[in-house]
Ligand binder design. Structure first.
Ligand code: GDP
Ligand code: ZN
Length: 351
């Protein structure tokens, strides 16, 4: 008798945490926006809405007596989920489901200001593992100032950056090889590719396997050609989508993830949604930290709020003067802070 009872209790205890949770499927949001998402789950793709409670913020009363009563319910202006988020979904049948929970957000997230200033920021893509920063050896000419901006954004997102130089078959100018050596010494991986010779394609494919990556680079550097070389199905899908939605694409609020083939999987984020990548204010505020070689000097400046652009007793400036920090990287930093290069001024003074 007693034994049966205990067994029942045991069963109850065992069942409890699994009960409702067992019905939820975990998945990855690969497409969608504004309350309707496509989630890849172990049960297959599901078209999902979001549970209302996820969109609501409950604000509780301040005093002890009212602590347990809800004072106000705010409905968030933006969905709390984005493409790239891992979520738990309640399948409701016929390929449809409801997003119940967001698994803690990992990896880089891009957000941008809503066109409506009252709406704040919206996330266009989350869960990025790495950014592939694409430049050509020429046609178009590489601009490493842009590379410095991209790298700062990657650092701000705590996302791995990979530098990819395309069109290696057109010849590598000595100045470019020399400059990129600076970045290699900073620890950024560099891949040289060519779709004409196939150079670097396997190497890049291996770096993408099992990761969610975004390709960033000016138009014409060879991003589509490279995606095509990595996996033909991929480029066709990306361009089919872009062509189908035409010019309006960049105004949509979200981006998409395209699955990579191969045993390790992985995704490529369609960069249309993050085309307007700029340095946002929050990046600028901590910009010195996003130049990784500055970090050992931060805190050693005479002024606590040193911007490292003109202040006396600046340790970063001193390091740049001494050649411990690359002068062109320091110039990039100054330009990104909207300041003239302090080094240029110093050289002018020196004659
Ligand atoms: P995207 O705008 O970045 O997607 O660039 P595309 O992939 O459309 O390429 C732009 C142009 O560069 C096309 O004419 C390509 O044929 C050419 N291109 C791309 N990759 C290479 C390469 O590795 N070598 C050479 N020589 N040309 C390339
Ligand atoms: Zn300083």
């Amino acid at each position: 008798m007693g034994k049966t009872y205990r067994d029942k209790q045991h069963l109850l205890v065992e069942d409890e945490p699994e009960g409702p949770l067992a019905e939820l499927a975990e998945g990855l949001i690969v497409d969608g926006s504004r309350g309707m998402y496509r989630v890849e789950t172990e049960l297959g793709p599901l078209t999902c809405t979001i549970r209302g409670k996820l969109r609501k913020e409950l604000i509780y009363g301040e005093s002890r007596a009212t602590l347990r009563s809800v004072r106000k319910v705010n409905v968030k202006p933006h969905d709390p989920v984005a493409v790239g988020d891992r979520v738990r979904v309640l399948p409701t049948g016929h390929g449809v489901g409801v997003i119940e929970e967001v698994v803690a957000r990992a990896g880089g997230a891009f957000s941008r200001r809503d066109p409506d200033p009252k709406q704040g920021r919206l996330t266009t893509v989350a869960g990025l593992d790495q950014m592939v920063l694409v430049f050509a050896t020429r046609d178009p000419e590489p601009h490493l100032g842009l590379l410095d901006r991209f790298l700062a954004v990657a650092e701000a997102q705590q996302t791995q950056a990979i530098i990819c130089v395309t069109k290696a078959d057109l010849g590598v100018p000595a100045w470019l090889a020399e400059r990129l050596d600076v970045y290699r010494r900073l620890g950024y991986p560099i891949v040289w590719t060519s779709i004409a010779t196939g150079q670097g394609v396997d190497e890049l494919r291996a770096l993408l396997a099992g990761k969610t990556s975004a390709f960033l680079g000016k138009s014409g550097v060879g991003k589509s050609s490279l995606l095509n070389a990595i996996e033909p199905a991929l480029e066709q899908r990306v361009s089919a989508i872009s062509a189908a939605t035409g010019k309006g694409r960049h105004t949509t609020t979200s981006t998409r993830l395209f699955p990579l083939g191969g045993p390790s999987g992985g995704y490529i984020a369609d960069t249309a949604g993050i085309r307007a990548l700029g340095l946002e204010r929050e990046v600028e505020a901590d910009l010195d930290h996003y130049f990784r070689e500055f970090r050992p000097y931060l805190g050693a400046c005479a002024l606590a709020d040193c911007t490292h652009t003109h202040e006396p007793g600046c340790a970063v400036y001193a390091a740049a003067r001494a050649g411990e920090i690359d002068a062109e990287r320091y110039d990039s930093y100054c330009r990104m802070r909207g300041a003239a290069s302090a080094l240029d001024a110093a050289y002018d003074d020196a004659g």
